[in-house]
Design a binder for this molecule. Structure first.
Ligand code: CUK
Ligand code: CUA
Length: 646
């Protein structure tokens, strides 16, 4: 949609008066706010928003000029490694994906909240315990554990928006080791770990619900609330929650461990889209962790519903626990710059990014200044700003959804221009706008979420690829574009089609991640199998044992290429059978697996790992089981028989 058109449809907002205390130095042109009237008809103008012209209902066809060929920069020759690990959330796939950057080669998918036939995740006994029967998920934000402001290579955390869960991945094995359900939370969206050490991982509830959510109160949305939840990143236990009135979107933490942040796009407390866009300003919530911890310690808390987690009730007005910094309008992303001084809050329905000076927050908490006084710049970056990342030269890069650009701007110049009448200064802060293809959501840059941002690569995670790739039917790939930001100008170097729909990624220097190649035989999964073996008087490492207890038959075996040490066993029709396989190969990448034909049983057993799955023997007969992973010249012979008798 052209800007003229958008302005035309929004001029009425000029008459609206701000309901917030007005930062007098607010230099934002109101006319560019997006309003209910301009966006409620999204269905009508949607095709324009997406930049495709539809005539007479015919599908849009538009030739996209090929991007200039800078492909060599992203080329990593065969046999060579990438410089960075990219951790991608997997969106509705419920997984995490690992990419090499800059090649953008997909190296691995880590099943998290989804069921995965390749590995058996979601079907194996251990994964079932973690997932509790819920096999869909929606992962938006993946972040790693920190020490002293940079990644320590221990864990990755990821949210499940669909079922309010937080999962942790061990970065030695690249496997999930814990999943926690978050009480009193609906639509858990933004997450962020503390950056000074492995402390809390904070999560935001995006959807407000009645508190407690017990089947009453639907018609009183003014009483709904949402939770900012602190999970212990070591134990993965929920420590406390803060109850606020507005819905929270993205999450961030400072570098000192003093504050966590949440954008709030619905200060109206509405339950319909039109009404959620009523206010000119919403908020950045700032949570004061020390004060909250004190309240928890002193027992100044409530419990909500059936959960025993202590809850600090901070609804309604500013307190020692939560402060609301007014920012325009329905803000989305909040990102902290690598110096740790500024929180950048993207306006979404305002063409601005609000720069919050973190060093001023203490004075605002003490009531010495107004919360809005913490805003020290508000550059106009384009229509629909969503997320911001950084280089190491004082520049910020904001993803602009509606305009489909990445806007590069100077933080120092934006601060300088704030409040000045002189339009030149404001223009000077905006350095460059690079078109991306198309409708970019998140953007992130190499090491951008750490103090060691290095200004090399930027990823633009575009929601639509239109016709930039071969047509593959109804659902098109998304387009994760790689942009070189090391020079004076941004340079698009690679189009990366992705299966829907990663939202966010972090790009991490490869030396910071230290994966193992053989299962370390530590952690919760291995402990579970050791426990079973102990109960049954079995040695996992040599087991060739069948243990029968009421209705349950445990079959322990080992695998070593190209053999299972158990070549046949017998069970009765109706028995519940648990197959426990320990891989005795001490050779990296020598994975075996176990597939029981006709029983929906198929799982992976990595080198030195133990894994298991349970099924019911429903039908008499001889059934072959086999190793589904090509492990040896005699791999096809790696099999055995189960006899099911009447
Ligand atoms: S959200 Cu998707 S573009 Cu879930 Cu991080 Cu902003
Ligand atoms: Cu073991 Cu194939």
């Amino acid at each position: 949609m052209s800007k003229e058109k958008l302005n035309e449809s929004t001029t009425s907002t000029e008459e609206q008066t701000s309901q917030e205390e007005n930062g007098s130095s607010n230099n934002v042109g109101r006319r560019t706010f997006l309003t209910a009237s301009s966006l409620a008809g999204l269905g009508v103008i949607g095709s324009q928003l997406l930049g495709c012209e539809r005539k007479g209902g015919a599908p849009a066809v538009r030739t996209i000029p090929a991007a200039a060929g800078h492909a060599n920069k992203s080329h990593v020759p065969p046999g060579k490694h990438d410089d960075y690990y990219g951790f991608w959330s997997g969106g509705q796939s419920g997984e995490i994906r690992i990419l090499g950057v800059p090649s953008m080669r997909e190296l691995k998918r880590i099943p998290v909240f989804n069921a995965d036939a390749a590995t058996g995740w979601g079907f194996t006994d251990y994964s079932k315990r973690l997932l509790g029967g819920v096999l869909t998920g929606d992962t938006h934000h993946v972040h790693l554990s920190y020490k002293d402001g940079t990644y320590d290579g221990r864990y990755a955390y990821v949210n499940d928006k669909a079922s309010a869960r937080l999962a942790r991945v061990r970065l030695d094995t690249f496997e999930v080791d814990a999943i926690v359900s978050l009480p009193n939370s609906n639509g858990t969206h933004g997450i962020f770990p503390q950056r000074h050490k492995t402390g809390y991982v904070f999560t935001n509830s995006e959807f407000r619900t009645p508190m407690p959510n017990n089947g009453t109160g639907m018609d009183k949305p003014e009483t709904y609330g949402a939770m900012h939840t602190a999970v212990d990143g070591e134990t993965m236990q929920v420590k406390w929650q803060v109850l606020v009135e507005g819905n929270m979107d993205l999450c961030a933490t400072d570098y000192q461990g003093k504050y966590s942040f949440a954008t709030c796009y619905n200060s109206e407390g509405a339950v319909t889209l039109e009404k959620m866009m009523g206010n000119e300003r919403d908020h950045l919530y700032v949570f004061n962790i020390e004060n909250i911890e004190k309240a928890v310690k002193a027992g100044k808390t409530i419990t909500v519903g059936t959960s025993k987690v202590p809850v600090v009730d901070a609804r309604g007005k500013d307190s020692a626990y939560v402060m609301r910094v007014p920012v325009p309008k329905s803000p989305h992303g909040v990102n902290i710059d690598p110096t740790g001084r500024y929180a950048m809050v993207s306006g979404k329905l305002s063409p601005t990014v609000s720069v919050v000076d973190i060093s001023k927050l203490a004075a605002a908490f003490e009531g010495k200044i107004k919360p809005r006084d913490c805003v020290i710049a508000e550059p106009e970056v384009g229509l629909g700003p969503l997320h911001t990342c950084f280089d190491n030269r004082g520049n910020a890069y904001t993803s602009i959804f509606i305009d489909s650009v990445i806007t590069k701007w100077s933080i120092a110049k934006a601060i300088e221009a704030y409040g000045k009448k002189d339009k030149k200064a404001a223009t000077a802060a905006i350095l460059e706008k690079l078109p991306v293809h198309f409708q970019v959501g998140h953007t992130n840059a190499s090491m951008s979420e750490t103090k060691d941002a290095d200004g090399k690569w930027l990823i633009a995670l575009c929601k639509f690829s239109k016709d930039r790739f071969l047509n593959v039917g109804l659902l098109h790939p998304e387009n994760d574009q790689l942009i070189d930001i090391s020079g004076a100008k941004m340079e698009l170097v690679h189009d990366g089609p992705t299966y829907p729909e990663p939202h966010d990624c972090v790009v991490v220097k490869k030396d910071l991640i230290r994966p193992v190649k053989l299962d370390p035989r530590t952690g919760a999964q291995y402990t579970l199998y050791q426990q079973w073996a102990k109960e049954d008087g079995v040695d996992l490492l040599t087991a060739n044992v069948i243990k029968r207890k009421k209705g349950l038959v445990r079959v322990y075996m080992t695998s070593k290429a190209p053999k299972f040490n158990t070549t046949h066993f017998t069970v009765k029709k109706g028995d519940t059978v648990q197959i426990i396989v320990t891989n005795q190969d001490n050779v990296e990448d020598l994975s075996h697996g176990f597939c029981m034909t006709h029983h929906d049983v198929n799982f992976l057993v990595n080198a030195r790992a133990t894994n298991s799955m349970t099924f019911v023997a429903k039908k008499e007969g001889v059934f072959w089981y086999y190793c589904p992973w090509f492990c040896h010249a005699l791999h096809l012979e790696m099999r055995g028989r189960m006899l099911v008798t009447a």
